[in-house]
Unconditional design. Structure first.
Length: 401
C-alpha cells in the first residue's frame, strides 16, 4: 500500500462507504428509496464504485454544492467520469464562460417568447391526445410523453421531428445505459459522436438555407466579437439535444404514475383544475429526478471531510427537495403546498434555463389530459421500472374506461 493510499484511507476513516453506482434499472421510485436509505448513514458518504467519489445526502449540502462554483466545478458532471472526453456546452462550463452562453440562450426562453408559443404547445398537446383517445389504453411514454415536449423543443431547435425515434435511441445510449452494459463508456461516446455528426450536417444545411430556429441563429452568434468555432457550436447542440429531449417527458411520467396510484389526488385535479399549477410544483418537488455531479476544483475542508482537487461529488436534488427542515410532510404530495421552494430545476448559475417552458408544458399537459381521461390506472401486472443515472420511469402503461 502506498503512502497516498494510506493517507486517503485515513481521510475517509469516519465516512461511511457504500458500493453505489448511480446507473442501472431499479423498481419504480427505487432511486428515492436508495437515497433515503443512504441519508440514514450520514450527510456525506464515499462510494467505492469506479474511481471512487463522494455522495451528498443532506439537502443543505446539496444546495451549497450547486451554488459554490469556485469549489465545485461543472467541468465533469458524471461521477464515474472525472476526465470526460467530451464537453457539453454550456452545462460543463463554469462562470464566467457559462454566463456568456446563457445570455445567448436567454431570449428563446423569455416570458414574451413563451407567450407566443403557448397556443402551439396546447395545440400539439391536443393533437397527440386525439390520437391517444382512439384507444382505451396507451404506453404513456411512447404514445405521449416522449412525443409532446420533444416535438415542441425540436421545432425551436430546428431539428426534424421525423427523426425522433432515432433521437430517442441516441438519448438512451448517452444518458440511460446500465454501467454493466457500457463499462468503458464506448457506447455512450459512440452515440454522442453520432449526434455530433448529425448536427454537423444540419448546421451545414442551415448555413446554406437559414431558418427561424436556434441552429440557424447560432451561426450568427459571437463571443468577444468573434464567431463561435464549429467544435463549440456542435458541443452546444449536443447538450441542447440531450437537455431538451426527455426532461419534461420524465417529469410527466412521474406525475402520471403518482396520479394513477393516488386516486384522491387525481380527483382533486379533475374537480379543482385551478390547483394544477401548484400541483405541478409539488410533483416536481416530490419526484425531482436530476442527479447533478461536480468536480472538486481545489482542496477543501467540506463540513469536516477533506475533499481533494479532481475528486467527484455526486448528489441528487431530491435530497434537498425532500428535506424535512424545509418541507413539512416531505414524502407526501401536498398539491396546494405554499410556499414550495424546491430546486427541481437546479440552483445557482446552472439552474435550468428552460424551466419556465417546462412548467408551462407540464401544466398544459395535466389540464388537457384530465379533461380527456379523468379516471385511469396502471395496467395490472406490469412491472414499472426506473432508470438510474438520469432518473426516469422506463415505461408506464395506462388504461381507462
Amino acid at each position: 500500500m502506498t503512502n497516498v493510499e494510506t493517507r486517503d484511507e485515513l481521510r475517509w476513516a469516519d465516512v461511511p462507504v457504500v458500493d453505489f453506482n448511480p446507473g442501472g434499472e431499479l423498481p419504480v421510485l427505487g432511486n428515492a428509496a436508495r437515497m433515503a436509505e443512504y441519508a440514514e448513514l450520514g450527510p456525506i458518504l464515499r462510494s467505492s464504485a469506479a474511481q471512487g467519489f463522494w455522495v451528498l445526502t443532506d439537502g443543505e449540502l446539496v444546495r451549497e454544492m450547486l451554488t459554490d462554483t469556485a469549489t465545485f466545478s461543472s467541468s465533469a458532471t458524471v461521477p464515474t467520469v472525472p476526465e470526460p472526453e467530451y464537453l457539453w456546452i454550456p452545462q460543463m462550463l463554469d462562470p464566467p464562460q457559462h454566463t456568456v452562453w446563457r445570455r445567448l440562450l436567454a431570449p428563446y426562453f423569455s416570458r414574451g417568447n413563451l407567450n407566443k408559443l403557448e397556443s402551439a404547445v396546447r395545440a400539439r398537446c391536443r393533437e397527440l391526445l386525439d390520437e391517444v383517445a382512439t384507444s382505451d389504453h396507451c404506453l404513456f411514454r411512447r404514445d405521449f410523453a416522449d412525443r409532446y415536449p420533444t416535438s415542441i423543443f425540436l421545432d425551436m431547435l430546428g431539428a426534424p421531428i421525423s427523426d425522433l425515434d432515432q433521437f430517442l435511441v441516441w438519448e438512451r445510449e448517452v444518458l440511460h445505459l446500465d454501467p454493466a452494459d457500457d463499462p468503458d463508456h464506448s457506447r455512450s461516446m459512440a452515440a454522442m459522436q453520432a449526434v455530433t455528426g448529425y448536427f454537423l450536417q444540419l448546421v451545414e444545411q442551415r448555413r446554406k438555407d437559414p431558418r427561424d430556429d436556434i441552429i440557424s441563429h447560432s451561426l450568427t452568434w459571437e463571443i468577444d466579437g468573434e464567431p463561435i468555432p464549429m467544435d463549440q457550436l456542435l458541443s452546444f447542440h449536443l447538450l441542447m439535444f440531450l437537455a431538451g429531449l426527455d426532461t419534461v417527458s420524465i417529469q410527466l411520467t412521474y406525475s402520471l404514475h403518482h396520479l394513477a396510484t393516488h386516486p384522491e389526488d387525481r380527483r382533486r385535479l379533475v374537480t379543482e383544475p385551478e390547483i394544477t399549477a401548484t400541483a405541478v410544483e409539488e410533483l416536481l418537488r416530490l419526484y425531482s429526478f436530476v442527479p447533478p455531479s461536480r468536480k472538486v476544483a481545489k482542496d477543501v475542508d467540506f463540513h469536516g471531510v477533506q475533499l481533494k482537487a479532481g475528486e467527484m461529488v455526486f448528489a441528487t436534488v431530491l435530497s434537498a427537495c425532500r428535506d424535512p427542515r424545509t418541507f413539512p410532510r416531505p414524502d407526501e404530495a401536498v398539491l396546494d403546498r405554499r410556499p414550495n421552494p424546491h430546486i427541481a430545476f437546479g440552483l445557482g448559475p446552472h439552474r435550468c434555463i428552460g424551466a419556465a417552458l417546462a412548467r408551462r408544458e407540464l401544466v398544459i399537459a395535466l389540464e388537457e389530459w384530465h379533461q380527456r381521461f379523468p379516471d385511469y390506472r396502471i395496467t395490472a401486472g406490469f412491472d414499472v421500472r426506473e432508470n438510474g443515472g438520469m432518473h426516469g420511469i422506463v415505461e408506464l402503461p395506462l388504461e381507462w374506461s
